[in-house]
Design a binder for this molecule. Sequence first.
Ligand SMILES: NC(=O)c1ccc[n+]([C@@H]2O[C@H](COP(=O)([O-])OP(=O)(O)OC[C@H]3O[C@@H](n4cnc5c(N)ncnc54)[C@H](O)[C@@H]3O)[C@@H](O)[C@H]2O)c1
Length: 696
Amino acid sequence: MIKSMRQTTLQTLGLGNALEIFQKGQLPARASDLVDQIFGTSNNRGSMVISGANGIVGAGKTMQLGSRLQPFGVTIVALDFPNVADGIAKQYPGLVRAFGPQGANSIMAEVIKLNYDGTHLPSRVKEFHPRFLLEAIPEILSIKKAHYKIFKDAFPGIEIRSVTSGFPSSELGVGIAHPAFPHEINKIWEVVESQPSSVTHLFWALGLIPVPVSDHWSFVLDVLFCGLTLAALRFHQETNMPFWKIDKYVRKLLGANPLRAHDAIGAKGANFLTWSCLYHLSQKYGELFRPTPVLEEHKESGQNWYPPNHFRPLVNWSMDDSEEEEFKNWVLGPVIQMTSLMLHEKRAHLSHLNAIGELCAQFRKGVIAVIRDLGTDAAIKRVEAYHKLHPEAARECWYPDTFTRMDTPEWQQLYVNAEHDGKVGIVTISRESYNADVDAELNRAIDWLKSEKIDRVILTGDFHFSTQMIGADTSEFFPALENTEKGFQISSGWSKTARRLNDEFKVSVGFINGKRCLGGMLELLIHCHYLVSVDDAQLGMPEVTLPVVPGMEGCHWPFRKTGSGHWPKLLHLLLTGKPVRAGEASGWLIDFAGALEDALKKVWKIVTDADHGLPRRRIEEGSLRDIPKETGDLPESDNPAAEAARKAIMECIQNSCAVPLSQALVVQAKHSSEFMRSAHCKNGRIGSEFGRVMTV
Ligand SMILES: NC(=O)c1ccc[n+]([C@@H]2O[C@H](COP(=O)([O-])OP(=O)(O)OC[C@H]3O[C@@H](n4cnc5c(N)ncnc54)[C@H](O)[C@@H]3O)[C@@H](O)[C@H]2O)c1
């Protein structure tokens, strides 16, 4: 029996618990089995048809699915009208960048382009034995329905999924796999089906991120993205502030700039889709979603929202505090109200609702995390203040009660979950980058395991959202650019959390799955007694390139865990920012690297004290002597910021290694926070991001 803090998101896909993956030593679904199931066995393999394949979605998905299915010999039949521009050819350079010319050509060899007139399927489609249709044709219900009929008549039993932006499955009569922009790379698909199907499992097994959602008008992403766009446009209607300026204020508030995003996607199509989504939502839910006249105009004209740069006035002004409050009422108010509707309708697992905003709509923090930060009263007050400005919106779909249970694990553990089987616990992190929320949730997860008397733990990603671990969320450091105390709090606080993995368990094992584990995430994981990785993951400390000084004990912890013969490699890692392949890091940075199933089995053996054959690398608690002061082989950088960062990192290494473990945490936190106030950091990536996002 596995007990968990809250439902794991894998369970929503019918794929069990994360802990079972280690117990069984394998993943719960295999792409090869699912390909056989859906497309037929290799001697009788059918194809996938993508209709509308030259469109924005169709062409992107032809690349994404084509590249993943090509190794299994699944042909993609790309169907579109003869007179439209070749959207697939436009994707080809990206394919070459990702797979090289030879790889790209092998993928394209399995993409068969066929033309048709919209009513009669070309007879040659039959030759490819279609088993699965991904429909990506325009957002017009009658056309979509007629399209399914043609396919169902010709190929009874064919699996169909629509990429629709807003029609419910009950209206379309087929399942939905709603993707997020940019389609060739974004892995998220909101899925509507009565039960998690083998198609959904296949998507997961191919490394995509299917997210089950309920069958309502529009999707989570579109409610958030179109809803935020509408909120910005309402503020325009009220104040006449230029679109680009509102957009910048929205970005400062939430991270997203929805109007710029419309222009980037292609204003003509995107304006129509946003209008269509809001129009249908307003038909069902009323004023809260009613498109404004200016959106109607832009839907008709297809006009961009941003003027060319040279048309932005040079004389600029900012809102004062009370104006910014009113802006928040206009923008946050409706977004919170829309979220109350989605919670009321139980559209998705809370972690899903939250993650979709971050991964697909540029929210700095997911909408649930934003509301959690506000707390129940402030969230409700914000909506009430909005209703004073826009009373019509108060009439329907406002569910303040949905915010009264914020103390439950569903609200409290958006990014971190814990499970155990009575003996072994697992903590899973679903966010790719570490921030204060992850830190607090990780502490709660550890507290929970301890209260359950679990002293053996695995720490890893969630096998769903976290396809890589990229380090600290750099927007967390904005306050530290001006305030050393803030930087110190972050660095020392996060380091203390990391130390719990070393100090509070009998055995802790970190596991790295996915493409990469970098920076703060790697620093976190090296605090586990053992660290295991899949062998092709990239492990690195890119802080020097930002530049910042690693602040989660990366400058001394790994030195204390390995012999002096390996110290030059650690210096190289920290001073160049260049990653190493996990397979090359065994014995000095990590303890074992192997193929996925070998690595899973190794983790289980370690955590259960079975015969695993790995020595436990003890941490040296005294001070370390003779850490090299230079690497010798490192060419001088011509970038002064990089040189300054190297120097600062070297000082941090020397000083935090020179003191006992008990003092090192504070020493390295001081170095890290002091560097954050330096001109080099302010002029680097974090400082310029701060300037771009936070000053309007
Ligand atoms: N654009 C986005 O970012 C986005 C995101 C999620 C979902 N969607 C949904 O994806 C679908 C397609 O949108 P798009 O933005 O890619 O549109 P698009 O206009 O770029 O592409 C549609 C393609 O379908 C083709 N087409 C039209 N009728 C067809 C038919 N009967 N058979 C085959 N091909 C046909 C067109 O020639 C065109 O190439 C819509 O349902 C939309 O709501 C779009």
